[in-house]
Ligand binder design. Sequence first.
Ligand code: 13P
Length: 257
Amino acid sequence: MKTYIIGNWKMNFSTGESSLYLHKLLNKVPSYRDIEVVVAPSTLSLQSLSLQTERRKIKLAAQNAYAADYGAFTGETAMASLRGIVNYCLVGHSERRHIFGESDKDVRAKVAAALRFGITPILCVGETEIERDMKETASVIKDQLLGGLSDVSKEDLDKVIIAYEPVWAISGHGKATIAKPSDVDEVVKLIRETLAATYSKKIAENIPVLYGGSVKTTNAAAYLSVPGVNGLLIGGASLIASEFLGIIDIAKRTIVE
Ligand code: 13P
C-alpha cells in the first residue's frame, strides 16, 4: 500500500502565495512510486493549481465540498464541479463538524457524492477532549466511521481513505496535547476491527488509515511506525516547506527501513 503524505493548508495562503508555494514544492519533490504527496489548498486556488501541478509529483485535495450536484445552495461548491480538478476531498474534518456543525448525515452524503464523481473521499474521524475524558472514544469513532460509510457500496469501499484526527491533538485551536503513538495505535486498531466486523477482514486491511494532529518532522517517524498507519494528514507543519519536505523524506526512509 502507498504511504500518503497530505498537507491540509486550511484557510491559509492567497491564490498567489499558494501558487508560489506549490512551485517551491514541485521543484523539490521527486516523483515517488510508493508515496502519494497531496496538498489541500483553499477552494479558490484549486482550479489554477490543478493547471500548475505535476500530478505524478503532487496531487490536489479539496478541503470540503457540498453533496448536491447543483442548485440553490449559496456559497457552496459542488463535488460535481471538482471532478477533474482534484483527486481527493477531505470529508468531515473536525473543523467542519465542530465549527460548521456538519452532522454524520452531511458527511455520509458528501462521501457518496465524492465517489459519484471519481474523487477519493478522505473521511476524517476523531473524538473531542471531553469525549475522550468521558471514555467515549470508541463509540464516537465507530459512529463517525460507520455513519460516514453507510451509503458506500461494498465495491466502492476500496476507494475510500480514513483519517484519524483526535480533535484534542489538532494544533491551531489553542492548546493541543500531542497524541502518543500508543493512543494512535489503539484507535487505528479499533477502526480496522470495526471495518472487519462490519464488512470483511480484506476490506479492513485494504483501506488506508492516516493519522493527523500536530504532526511535525520531530514525531512523523513515530506515527508512521504505528502498525496500520498508512500516512499522515498535516496541518500547520504543511505550511512550512522545510517541515513538509522533511516529513516526506522521513516517510521515504521509514518505508525503506
Ligand atoms: P495540525 O497538524 O495543525 O495539528 O492539523 C491537523 C489537521 O487538522 C490536518 O487536517
